[in-house]
Design a protein around this ligand. Structure first.
Ligand SMILES: Cc1cc2nc3c(=O)[nH]c(=O)nc-3n(C[C@H](O)[C@H](O)[C@H](O)COP(=O)(O)OP(=O)(O)OC[C@H]3O[C@@H](n4cnc5c(N)ncnc54)[C@H](O)[C@@H]3O)c2cc1C
Length: 380
């Protein structure tokens, strides 16, 4: 892959003697603070997970370099934590260094001919950036309103909702490359974005730490309201002008709230990691197998065209047909009362509870329809 180095950094210091990492003490180097045994559950939207053996919050690229160097010198595995909204952390926690990316600088537009660019630091809150863009009357990310988490987390799974994906506006992703030990800027095509995929969660998983993302907007673009939920929402729109990006921003948040897909403190359905399963892409022949199992005509199965000879199926529909309906409960875990795809912590759930429910769902869908559901939240 062709990459453009932005600057080089010193090579990591030589590894320490074997075994010395067991006796590490919390340290304060010139700029970073390493803490020990930090509970990770409060950093996640599922509110689940054991402690990080070592934990460091970084608010600048210089701090990030120090944190990486600390991990290398002490032979620690690294896990990069953003807003914790797409994570299922195990009950044992993480036996290495968790680097919490909190690089959060002011958002400023940069006009570029007919376009407007924004380079946004990775620790900035995604929804705050979306609101800022919409308030300027700019279209391009309004359908992605209300998605929790950080800006740096969005390219990882190419965040998408209501007909939009971040891949539609991202032009470049600035990263620290843990293999080459340099900052590199990856251009859009180098990220290989696809449905809930990029190089960051597939071929180059754990290689790049995102420190900033550049988005490009066309100020003449208008919101696309073709998605069914949005069409319904704006069906009675009586204004003379079409909905502005800010109208769509608020509409999407209202729709999400109804579905329990907006984080609202205190609401039980919010202790989730969003959709737990991706919509499976399967050979078109799978439709007749499902139809036979359910004894319905194949034409009644909701699906969208995908790549050659394949279709994409709504995972929520498959769950419901397999008996996993809204409000389903298994131990302390359950399915949201407002969204079939969201597995929720009903209070005091452990990662083991969520995994037991996940496995029960996967097993039933596999045995009834021959479809293997892919999990969306990351397990460090
Ligand atoms: C209520 C709810 C609704 C949601 N709705 C949607 C939706 O509509 N569409 C959608 O696509 N997702 C949705 N999600 C999932 C989630 O919000 C997104 O995937 C989000 O972008 C994750 O970002 P984060 O900062 O929270 O990442 P985290 O959860 O902290 O991390 C997720 C992964 O990204 C990596 N990562 C995070 N930051 C960085 C970084 N700076 N550099 C390198 N790697 C990094 C982590 O290592 C991990 O592998 C939803 C989640 C919830 C809880």
């Amino acid at each position: 892959m062709a990459i453009s180095p932005d600057c080089t950094v010193s090579p990591p210091a030589a590894p320490v003697e074997p075994g010395c990492c067991c006796n590490l003490k919390p340290v304060e180097t010139s700029i970073i603070r390493i803490q020990e045994q930090v509970p990770l559950a409060p950093y996640t939207t599922l509110r689940i997970g054991g402690p990080a053996r070592y934990f460091c919050e970084v608010t600048s690229e210089a701090m990030l370099l120090e944190a990486v160097d600390y991990a290398r010198r002490n032979s620690l595995r690294i896990f990069v934590l953003g807003g914790g909204s797409n994570l299922l952390i195990g009950d044992q926690g993480f036996d290495g260094l968790v680097i919490h990316i909190a690089i959060d600088e002011a958002i400023a537009p940069a006009p570029d001919g007919a376009f407007i660019n924004y380079t946004v630091t990775a620790g900035s809150e995604w929804d705050a950036f979306v609101l800022h863009v919409c308030e300027q009357g700019i279209s391009g990310v309004e359908c992605l309103a209300g998605i929790p988490g950080s800006v740096g987390g969005t390219p990882v799974q190419n965040v998408g909702a209501y007909g939009q994906e971040v891949a539609g506006t991202i032009t470049a992703v600035r990263t620290f490359d843990l293999e080459a030990n340099i900052f590199v800027t990856l251009l859009h095509d180098q990220c290989h974005f696809a449905y809930r995929h990029s190089i960051f969660n597939t071929t180059h998983r754990n290689r790049y730490i995102v420190t900033a993302v550049t988005f490009r907007f066309d100020p003449s673009a208008r919101p696309n309201l073709n998605y069914a939920d949005l069409e319904r929402h704006f069906a009675d729109w009586s204004h003379t002008s079409p909905p502005a990006p800010l109208d769509v921003y608020h509409a999407v948040r209202a729709i999400r709230h109804r579905k329990g897909m907006l984080i609202v403190e205190g609401e039980a359905d919010c202790r989730s990691a969003g959709s737990f399963f991706k919509n499976p892409v399967v050979p078109a022949s799978a439709l007749s197998r499902i139809a036979d199992n359910l004894q319905i005509p194949a034409t009644e199965i909701p699906h969208w065209p995908a790549s050659e000879g394949h279709v994409k199926l709504p995972a929520a529909w498959l769950l419901e047909k397999a008996g996993f309906i809204k409000g389903f409960t298994l131990g302390h875990a359950g399915i949201s009362s407002r969204h079939t795809l969201a597995l929720v912590n009903r209070g005091h759930a452990t990662a083991a509870d969520i995994l037991a429910l996940r496995d029960a769902i996967r097993h039933e869908v596999q045995s009834r329809f021959g479809i293997q559901l892919e999990q969306e939240p990351v397990q460090p």
